[in-house]
Write a protein that binds this ligand. Structure first.
Ligand code: MRU
Length: 366
């Protein structure tokens, strides 16, 4: 991703100071601020306070957190402590546990004096792999967009609705839902993106910021507008990301995704989910009963954050005194509402059979 002419990943390791550098996403889209993450506590805070967010980016950040912990104290006890401490920061995105398990498995087999270097190397690998996975799944999603574009007349845009931010900054680079969009745009395909606002934290503003930086035409819409647009034939397809998808293809994603899938089904609009393989939870089948849904702070609903016309960052209270906000952060879209899953190995039906055809090595995993 380029910001003002310079290429950035969403996180990078600063070798000189031996710290992780991140883009503090709480300040976006108003201010582009880089922050350093040093201690294990700061790693946990960065994830839970959503300085970094988005399932793949949370996973990569946690891997660097383990590297930090191993540099401080490479003992078995500290490896276990770092795993547990970081795992409890956010409960829904499976990439967090995936990255932590991968680190623990790789490091526990090593002698203590090898662990610090190996942990840092592994964190780099996880970050680099994320970039490659997202690029590849974008290539598969691009084929779907191309097919729709071929049936358009007079240069009409392919109109894609997306929810939340499954973009470059939710990952290390490219994004998941945005990867096919960026690749289509770069090929010269005319695209227009309907960006759901995604209350309460308005991650749609992050998506709009990214798309704007990349020159992709887009409109920011309130969360309830999508169904109306679909009824009027103004959406060609929906592409979302996911924070955890079960082995049977139930998709957990940011709250409100389910309603978009229902509206898409009712209006025959294809509903695709971009799914990097680390986001598949092979240990569970039923999304509704088995995926823990994070309940975030009520203030996120009771207040809105924005910038004043004079450029000051501020918060406004929107609820009357005595009214409390409820804040389930994710919902589950049952597989029957999903047209297809776009993975780095290709597109498949949202089913156990479909996923196992692409990932046969997980046949036995339960
Ligand atoms: O709560 P967040 O912002 O960390 O939620 C994650 C998301 O951005 C979305 O749900 C996204 O679609 C999946 S992550 C690529």
């Amino acid at each position: 991703m380029r910001v003002d002419g310079k290429h950035f990943r969403s996180l990078w390791w600063n070798d000189v100071d031996a710290v992780l550098e991140i883009i503090d996403q709480r300040m976006l889209p108003y201010q582009f601020q880089i922050a350093q993450v040093v201690t294990l506590q700061q790693f946990a805070d960065a994830i839970s306070e959503m300085k970094v967010r988005g399932a793949p980016l949370i996973g990569a950040t946690a891997a660097y957190g383990v590297a930090r912990a191993m540099a401080d104290d490479p003992s078995d006890t500290n490896l276990q402590h770092a795993h547990q401490f970081l795992e409890k920061t956010r409960p829904t995105a499976i990439n967090l546990r995936w990255a932590l398990d991968r680190c623990r498995t790789a490091l526990s087999g090593l002698h203590e004096n090898q662990r610090a270097a190996a942990a840092l190397q592994l964190a780099h690998e996880i970050a680099d792999e994320d970039v490659q996975i997202n690029k590849r799944l974008g290539e598969h999603g691009l084929e779907i967009i191309k097919e729709i574009a071929e049936n358009k007349h007079d240069g009409e845009p392919v109109r894609i609705l997306t929810h939340c931010n499954a973009g470059w900054i939710a990952t290390v680079d490219w994004g998941t839902a945005t990867s096919p969009i960026y690749q289509a745009h770069d090929l010269g395909i005319n695209i227009h993106v309907w960006v759901d606002e995604t209350r309460p934290r308005n991650q749609g503003a992050l998506t709009s910021w990214e798309l704007g930086k990349h020159g992709v035409s887009h409109t920011y819409i309130v969360d309830n507008a999508g169904g109306h647009l679909m009824q009027h034939g103004m959406v060609d397809l929906v592409i979302t990301g996911t924070d955890r998808t079960t082995r049977c293809g139930d998709v957990c994603n940011k709250i409100g995704t389910y309603l978009k899938a229902l509206a898409a089904k009712d209006n025959n609009v294809p509903f695709y989910v971009t799914l990097p393989s680390p986001t598949i939870d092979w240990t569970i089948k039923d999304g509704l009963s088995e995926i823990p849904i994070e309940e975030r702070r009520a203030e996120e609903v009771e207040q809105v954050q924005g910038i004043t016309p004079t450029g000051d960052l501020g918060r406004l209270v929107v609820t009357p005194e005595g009214t409390h906000g409820g804040n389930p952060a994710f919902d589950v879209t049952p597989s029957r509402l999903v047209t297809g899953l776009i993975t780095e190995r290709g597109v498949c039906p949202a089913s156990e059979e479909g996923l196992l055809k692409l990932f046969p090595e997980f046949l036995e995993a339960h």
